[in-house]
Ligand binder design. Structure first.
Ligand SMILES: Cc1cc2nc3c(=O)[nH]c(=O)nc-3n(C[C@H](O)[C@H](O)[C@H](O)COP(=O)(O)OP(=O)(O)OC[C@H]3O[C@@H](n4cnc5c(N)ncnc54)[C@H](O)[C@@H]3O)c2cc1C
Ligand SMILES: C[S@@+](CC[C@H](N)C(=O)[O-])C[C@H]1O[C@@H](n2cnc3c(N)ncnc32)[C@H](O)[C@@H]1O
Length: 565
């Protein structure tokens, strides 16, 4: 027997927990699932909400409305759970150089801080701090004990069966269904599953195109016996009191080493910064590191998958998760409830180029134009190819990726057929197979047989027992993105492979051929494909051709061939 929920939220960090509360308040049934790792971005975060930050003394993006929502939200959860984990607390900003007081006065003069409760010339104890340039005090500020907030929420969710500890394997545990998503190992079904995973080194098969720019952060726990300051103090780094002369201090930023290892460099950087303004002796009692989920444009990102609306995404809370989570969880809840438009600044679909799934190397840095609202038939051709496959290929079946490349389509096929199915993935160059092997490893996929071969020999390299049982064959012609552009598909071998594929597939099976025309030989190859397909018996095969720019003979095109039952 399986349980049904309106929503399954994958991840119980700041994003998943906060979204769960808003959805529950609507009356939705919600299951939150988390792998309960000891260290996560939320679990080590200081939880500070600071209205003015950075060297330039910028007012935090949308500070007034986000702060109002956060304040209400955390107060309400404290009342519901009976646990105190949030405090509104003044913060002291010390000027670090001669430019900062000038910048502060200039921003005050142009009313940038209007509505922000500030105190100039605050009290500063000069036995504790070196503060020759003074500073200012911020009152619309707060500190969330994130661990406590998560634990209190989890307890509440557990009471009505709304929480499960489980490490979901995205490559095999989630089965999209006509009515939603089935999570096999939990025997749970939901109308929608929302990924609230934060940073995860394993690419999400449905959302790997989202342009995250994660940042590792290190944080220290300190004992400073001589210091009785109760405000959070900022000056390059921040120092946040925990009580009993314990403090948190941080944090560093590293966009390259995305692991959870505390480093000597990180520790020294924080301590050196503290030494610039703290006069008391400091003892380090703990040191942690985690990776913040930051989107390229720094704002959160949320929405539903363009093809599979049963999958949603709420991520990119960045370095201000405590402030961002309530406002945007409420916004996402409204969107889910009423189908209202998503705020363009956080809209997943505006910020994501879905076509990067196989034509663009993952993670490549380039300008992405905003995605136009698209009908199904105006989706990028890579996605239309996948959509055609998705309609046919079932769990447990056999599929072929005839041009494996960097393995995006291979992983897509592997996810569809699941552990009981098989994917044969061919490429003529080893570099492509190596790249694919890494992708499959990262996704824990073991149902793929990688074959270093020319697809012109398809019928020889595919085991005989699989002949005429193949449900889908994908061709994505051209060269390996990011690889050697001299190694590319050619008309003659492509045509031989197509004839064999047509023989190998079973009745009802599908072949997709995506032909690009921008490179040398590409247009000729697309024409050759048209000619070969014209030879296929129309009584036996149904065919559709989709042009990326209809009417333009030079654009890429997708050929879909289905063997009649
Ligand atoms: C050093 C440091 C200091 C910070 N300080 C502050 C601060 O002062 N103020 C502030 O506002 N923000 C701060 N942040 C940022 C804040 O922590 C993040 O914005 C926030 O944690 C992001 O929350 P999240 O829920 O998106 O991600 P996460 O906290 O990473 O949560 C994701 C959850 O999903 C779970 N999960 C992922 N995949 C799976 C799976 N397959 N199966 C089951 N579970 C899964 C994970 O276990 C995790 O619990 C700091 C971050 C760091 C690293
Ligand atoms: C555009 S890429 C495929 C992209 C891939 N579908 C993905 O998802 O990343 C084309 C691939 O076809 C491979 N290729 C070229 N000629 C081939 C042949 N005759 N047989 C098999 N693979 C070939 C190239 O090495 C290249 O990796």
């Amino acid at each position: 027997m399986s349980a049904h929920f309106d929503f399954i939220l994958l991840g119980q960090g700041l994003a998943g927990t906060t979204l769960a509360w808003y959805l529950r308040w609507l009356g939705a049934t919600v299951l939150v699932v988390d792998r309960e790792a000891e260290v996560t971005s939320s679990k080590i975060a200081a939880g500070l909400i600071t209205p003015i930050t950075g060297q330039k003394l910028n007012r935090t993006w949308r500070q007034a409305e986000l702060w109002a929502e956060a304040l209400n939200f955390y107060e309400r959860i404290q009342a519901e759970t009976g646990v105190r984990f949030f405090r509104q607390t003044p913060m002291l900003r010390l000027f670090a150089n001669d430019l900062e007081p000038v910048a502060f006065q200039r921003r005050l003069a142009v009313h940038e801080f209007d509505g922000c409760s500030l105190l100039q010339s605050p009290v500063i104890n000069d036995e504790w701090f070196l503060a020759e340039r003074s500073g200012f005090e911020m009152h619309d500020a707060g500190q969330l004990d994130v661990r406590q907030y998560l634990a209190a929420s989890r307890q509440q969710f557990q009471r009505d069966g709304g929480y499960r500890a489980y490490d979901i394997d995205l490559s095999r545990d989630l089965l999209p269904t006509a009515e939603g998503v089935f999570v096999e190992p939990l025997a749970a079904h939901a109308s929608k599953l929302i990924f609230c995973q934060g940073f995860d080194p394993i690419p999400n098969p449905w959302f790997h195109q989202v342009r995250l720019k994660p940042a590792k952060g290190e944080i220290l726990t300190l004992r400073i016996p001589g210091l009785d300051e109760t405000r959070v103090v900022h000056r390059g780094v921040w120092l946040a009191p925990l009580g009993n002369h314990l403090f948190k201090a941080g944090a560093t930023y590293d966009w390259h080493r995305l692991d959870q290892q505390p480093t000597d460099k990180g520790r020294t950087e924080i301590l050196d910064r503290l030494a610039e303004f703290v006069r008391c002796p400091i003892e380090v009692v703990d040191h942690q590191a985690a990776v913040r989920p930051v989107h390229r444009n720094q704002y959160p990102v949320l929405g539903l998958h363009p093809d599979l609306p049963q999958f949603g995404y709420f991520n990119g809370l960045g370095s201000k998760g405590s402030l961002h989570a309530p406002f945007f969880a409420r916004h996402f809840t409204n969107v889910l409830r009423s189908g209202s438009a998503i705020d363009p600044e956080v809209d997943l679909n505006r910020k994501t180029d879905w076509s990067s799934c196989s034509a663009t190397p993952h993670g490549e840095d380039r300008q992405i134009p905003p995605r136009k609202p698209q009908q199904k038939n105006s989706l990028p051709l890579t996605q239309q190819a996948q959509a055609a496959i998705r309609e046919v290929l079932q769990v447990g079946e056999i599929a072929i990726d005839a041009t494996t490349g960097n393995g995006y389509d291979t992983l897509f096929l592997a996810n569809l057929v699941g552990p009981r199915g098989t994917v044969y993935a061919l490429d003529i160059q080893q570099a492509a197979l190596d790249s694919t092997a890494i992708r499959l490893d990262a996704a824990n996929q073991t149902n793929v047989t990688l074959i270093h071969a020319d697809h012109a020999d398809l019928d020889q390299v595919i085991p005989r027992e699989s002949h005429h049982k193949i449900a889908a064959v994908m061709f994505n012609l051209g060269y390996l993105p990011g690889g050697d552009k001299q190694v590319l598909t050619h008309s003659d071998s492509t045509c031989r492979a197509l004839r064999q594929a047509a023989d190998l597939i079973k009745p009802g099976g599908v072949i997709t051929i995506l032909a690009y025309t921008g490179h040398d030989g590409g247009l000729a190859e697309a024409h050759a494909v048209e000619i070969i397909l014209a030879e296929f018996d129309p009584l036996q095969f149904e065919q559709t051709t989709i042009e990326s720019q209809p009417g333009r003979t030079l654009g890429p095109r997708l050929f879909l061939v289905t063997k009649r039952q």
